[in-house]
Design a protein around this ligand. Structure first.
Ligand code: C2E
Ligand code: MG
Ligand code: MG
Length: 557
């Protein structure tokens, strides 16, 4: 990253060039042009990025004014400062040079120390314009310019490059809970970390907010090594803050592509990461590009589809293991698309979460369930408790939290329950617990969803008093095949019972699984063995059948 700055010396007198060269060549990479025409050709070569041009005024072919005019026209003077070197000190020529945009003027004879200082100041001043004031790294524009010249430089034709796009997770929440200063501090630490990392980056830039891009030589790139640094607990002004980051990788296949295109690909790779518990990075390939098209159409259509009621709430029965009675249900969203048919939530929920739309959907589900329960109650019909899934995003939205509490209060009953995953819980900083407490005060049960997926830990049960724990489907699936797995399920259930938590097993499909779960004393079972998620109409049918056979239990479990 510490290449020498480049200076172009333009003068038709070889002697003058020699003098300037001897003054500057220790500190800078100096290049020479003999006249204006050669200078223009050199300046417009996008592989070179001169940080300063020293320009004589009187030259054959194209003179110094001609070079300034060219640079003016091509908006190059914003990026490359020009200092005129001249012995002509007439007012007229000086005024003309300044009016054409020269930055400064050296008159002969040259004083070495003065020239060095002024060159340094000018370069530093222009360099500041290319920097991000927070991290001190390059801004987007400068990154594009320098990355372009490195990747496309013919001298580097045998090198291979990688672009790595980083995103710090939950920085918005950190800003909110710990203050902007803490967020800024994390950004700076992250930048320094990248700078000193094994990546040995050729260039780094903070593109915007919490997005960073690095240009790396392929031989320095080791994704696993980088992964190890993506999760850290930082000490920020005496507070411990967990920092998580993810990255997307793009191997430069064709150096002729625009750098912005390469950045977009690395970013798409980052955005394709759905299950963060597997690994914190993804490498771009063409299928990701295809996925992106889907993502874009999901986002485009979402609000309209919500308004058109293409989203429907399905209900999956939950059965009491000891009695086989129907006791409750889980609300699961379905997108019934007029052209694409039924789209499962796994396809669109991660996309909505990533782009901040999920809260609208969760609110819709909550309202819909509230409405269904109220309508049945008003008609004097029996109701069962229904649990609703909340996304981690909902906890960052103050309005959403207030609305959830409002809606739950309004119902005045405790038939709605909330499911949250361990990830959501982990994402809740500080006042998350307060929020859950105020819900529990209303008598509403909180379920811990997907326990055992990803990196679960029992620690979470100590941190919060969940009412019910849902054992993830990935465990249940392995019941028949894996002895250790059976022991783990059994122990989870025992442990929960010992601390007063009930258990639901998710995704039970076979009789063997159901029998084993019953044997272990699992309280409730949810899975295709009993029923798939059902439309409201189907669910009413299902419940009617169970009711006829006296197979519904409405004791508040
Ligand atoms: P989840 O909350 O863990 O829901 C259980 C998932 O397991 C559901 O998938 C359900 O259809 C599926 N399942 C249940 N029993 C079986 C079985 O025996 N075999 C198999 N193979 N699958 C079974 P679904 O409906 O595709 O939902 C996936 C996830 O999407 C849910 O996982 C939940 O995390 C999320 N989700 C669904 N609806 C909503 C919603 O309204 N809001 C939010 N934020 N997330 C939702
Ligand atoms: Mg759930
Ligand atoms: Mg689940």
């Amino acid at each position: 990253m510490n290449e020498k700055h480049k200076i172009l010396i333009v003068d038709d007198s070889e002697l003058n060039r020699e003098i300037l060269l001897s003054i500057l060549e220790d500190e800078y990479d100096c290049y020479e042009a003999e006249d204006g025409e050669q200078a223009i050709a050199m300046i417009s070569d996008s592989n070179m990025n001169y940080q300063l041009v020293l320009l004589d005024l009187v030259m054959p072919k194209v003179d110094g004014y001609g070079v300034l005019e060219y640079m003016n026209k091509n908006k190059l003077l914003d990026e490359i400062p020009v200092i005129i070197i001249t012995s002509d000190t007439s007012e007229e020529s000086i005024v003309k040079a300044y009016s054409l945009g020269t930055f400064d003027l050296f008159t002969k004879p040259y004083v070495a120390n003065v020239i060095k200082r002024r060159a340094q100041n000018v370069i530093r001043m222009f360099d500041q314009k290319q920097r991000d004031s927070l991290t001190g790294g390059y801004n987007r524009k400068a990154f594009l310019k320098y990355a372009n010249s490195i990747i496309k430089n013919p001298n580097n034709k045998d090198e291979n490059y990688v672009l790595v796009f980083f995103d710090i997770t939950h920085l918005k929440a950190i800003n909110e809970f710990f203050g902007i200063e803490a967020g800024d501090e994390i950004l700076k630490i992250f930048y320094d970390e990248l700078l000193g990392s094994s990546l040995n980056p050729l260039l780094i830039s903070r593109l915007e907010a919490d997005h960073f891009i690095c240009l790396v030589n392929e031989k320095d790139f080791d994704a696993e090594k980088v992964s190890d640094r993506m999760e850290q607990t930082l000490d920020i002004s005496g507070r411990k803050i967990r920092m998580l980051a993810r990255f997307g990788v793009y191997y430069v296949v064709d150096k002729e592509y625009p750098v912005q295109f390469m950045i977009d690909k690395a970013k798409l790779a980052k955005e394709s990461i759905v299950d963060v518990s597997v690994k914190p990075y993804a490498v771009y390939d063409d299928s990701i590009g295809y996925d992106y098209i889907n993502q874009a159409s999901i986002l485009n259509e979402f609000q309209n589809s919500l308004d058109e009621r293409e989203f429907q709430v399905y209900l999956q029965p939950v059965i009491e293991a000891a009695t086989d009675k129907l006791v409750s249900a889980e609300a699961l969203i379905r997108w019934v698309h007029p052209e694409k048919g039924m789209i499962p939530p796994g396809k669109f929920i991660p996309v909505l979460e990533k782009h901040g739309y999920i809260t609208r959907l969760d609110k819709f589900v909550l309202e819909e369930i509230r409405r269904q329960l109220d309508s049945r109650k008003n008609k004097g019909m029996p109701v069962l408790p229904i649990s609703i899934n909340l996304s981690w995003m909902d906890f960052y939205d103050e309005n959403m939290k207030a609305e959830i509490i409002e809606m739950l209060k309004k119902g005045g009953d405790t038939n709605i329950r909330l499911e949250i995953t361990e990830t959501s819980y982990a994402a809740m900083v500080q006042d998350g617990k307060k929020f859950l407490d105020s819900i529990k005060e209303l008598g509403i049960k909180i379920l811990l969803d997907d326990f055992g997926s990803g990196y679960s830990s029992f620690g979470i049960m100590e941190k919060y008093d969940f009412d019910i724990l849902k054992i993830d489907m990935s465990f249940v699936k392995k019941i028949e095949h894996n002895y250790k797995n059976r022991v783990i399920i059994k122990k989870i259930i025992e442990l929960c019972h010992e601390i007063g938590i009930k258990t639901v097993a998710e995704g039970a499909e076979t009789k063997e699984q159901v029998d084993f779960l019953k044997e272990c004393g699992c309280d409730y079972i949810q899975g295709y063995f009993y029923s798939k998620p059902l439309s409201t109409r189907e669910f009413v049918e299902f419940a009617r059948y169970y009711g006829k056979n006296n197979m519904i239990s409405r004791e508040d479990t």
